[in-house]
Design a protein around this ligand. Sequence first.
Ligand code: B12
Ligand code: SF4
Length: 568
Amino acid sequence: MSVDLVLLHPPSVYDFRQKTILYGPVSDLIPSSFMFEMYPIGFTSIAEYLEGAGYRVRIVNLAVRMLNDNKFDAEAMIKRLKAPLFGIDLHWLVSAHGAIEIAKIVKRCHPEAKVIVGGLSSSYYYQELIQYPEIDYVMRGDSTEEPLRQLMDCIKNSSQPEEVPNLVWRDGQGRVRENPFSYVPADLSHVMVSYYANTVRSVIRYRDLASYTPFKGWARYPITGVLTCRGCTQNCVVCGGSAAAFRNSFNREKAVFRSPKSVAQDVKQIERFSSGPIFILGDLRQAGEDYAYEVLRLLEKGGVKNQVIFELFSPAPADLLRQMSRACPNFCLEISPDSHDPEVRRAAGRYYSNQDLEQTLSDALAVGCGRLDIFFMIGLPKQTPRSVMDTIDYCDFLLQKFRGDKRLSLFIAPLSPFLDPGSLGFEQPQRYGYRILFRTLEEHRQALLAPSWKYSLNYETEWMTRQQIVDTAYEAILRLNRLKAKYGIISKEMAEAGEQRIKAAWEMAHRIDDILTRDNYQDELSRLKARIDEINASPVVERLQLELPVGLVKLKFLRSLWSWATER
Ligand code: B12
Ligand code: SF4
């Protein structure tokens, strides 16, 4: 079937199935695997908006298809797709290798078609990207629905996209043209109106659930996200989506929020096709306390059946937690103190005390919070290996303090593989104690092909080398795993599986270091491929622990698909 735009999501590394790479704990705390197969939610928003304007859009998650089926031939699939424009997301920098390789394949299969890339990393690296011959357009910004519609009109009318805001392109003479970066909406009411319903309809239209699946295993655990904003009010030093990063790299002066009604409506729409958990992304208090209470009031009024996860950027008053519990019984909370040490936390851009943190944990448990996920990070300013181990001791302290309450879920992970470009740490490394090892897009692309994640890390800190980050990460994850077993938070079997996986990966990381010192390292590495693939693919205990019980989800999903189909 011919469409107007195909949106492709690449795997992090193309073709990862042929390569020998130890990916490490880079994606252990997100639903995606080491291929970062989740496509940007913005794909669904673009599709909805363009379809509203009369264009046909199809999403193909190549990464998930390649992960789910070893024999899946991405090139053959691309060949079968017909469209005048192919869009590829280079939103997360971790997609850098796959995105360019997929662009090459699209051009090879469809030399007459145009290729556009977009997303935050594309916006940051737009000058470098437009130099790749397989890329015709780069669309900058966090809101590309309307500029894309204008570009589609130009393609349809065979006119030059001179007036399309945010677009970087090559004209007939091959000159690079940089249109003004002027489209940064301060109101989101025109987008994301019923993008989930639109996505379900597309699944039916193209009879292709496999390509719309957000991540491997989603049918078993269909967690869905609801966005509250574009931009952010916070300035976490390591984040490429901070207020400063948005101001300096994406032209957004202030975060913009969806209305409380839209957020509550999303929750209702999701309920129709899934009884899985719904993650409301971004602290509701970002737009003010009134906004937070209004969202919760609407949720309470609508009666939410699914388990809802809220995010806190800092400790919250007991009253707000109580309201969360009223609106969404058995709600879950996520908070990221980053370090147990308030000085490290402050250096990373989060300003609150442990006392306030513990008060919030205690209040949340008291009002019936179903689970409390607490995230710590490795690779922060002022953080030494000793400090990371002290964070694990603090986890022990928390588990003791709350008498091993099983609702307390503690996690730690390295900042990996990249310190985000655009983040304060990346842009002002000396000020924050970072040493940046790769700056350009091409350097990051090559780094993703390194045989072990240590060599992909694009930074070191004044306090930790890459080697120390790797060793500290494995040691901390191992110790936390044991701690969870000690308090009965995870079963003995789960803890044992975790222990085996971490030890095997750690040992392999050192073995690869050793092999790389030899002349014929390529051959030796290839011989380890099967074992490394096995380690990469072994179940991640931390990710399993993050999953909430979901019940008969599949049945509900199929029933909902059927109801959408019959309604049409
Ligand atoms: C929500 C979120 C997530 C969700 C994912 C939601 C999703 N599927 O999109 C979760 C929690 C799973 C997540 C995971 C990760 N995230 Co994240 N995430 C965010 C967050 C907080 C908000 C993003 C958002 O609201 N987007 C709004 C939606 C509507 O827009 P959008 O999806 O970006 O799409 C629009 C534009 O980007 C653009 N666009 C996007 N793709 C394309 C493609 C084309 C062709 C075009 C034209 C336009 C276009 O147009 C869209 C519509 O206007 C941002 C921080 C921030 N403040 O923005 C970080 C952020 C984007 N994430 C980041 C990172 C690093 C990650 C991880 C790699 C972390 C990790 N190591 O685990 C993973 C990658 C996940 C994967 N691919 O599998 C960085 C990216 C920095 C960078 N330059 O690489 C950010 C900036 C900050 C951060 N550190 O968290 N993330
Ligand atoms: S990490 Fe910090 S700055 Fe980045 S999106 Fe989250 S709260 Fe905002």
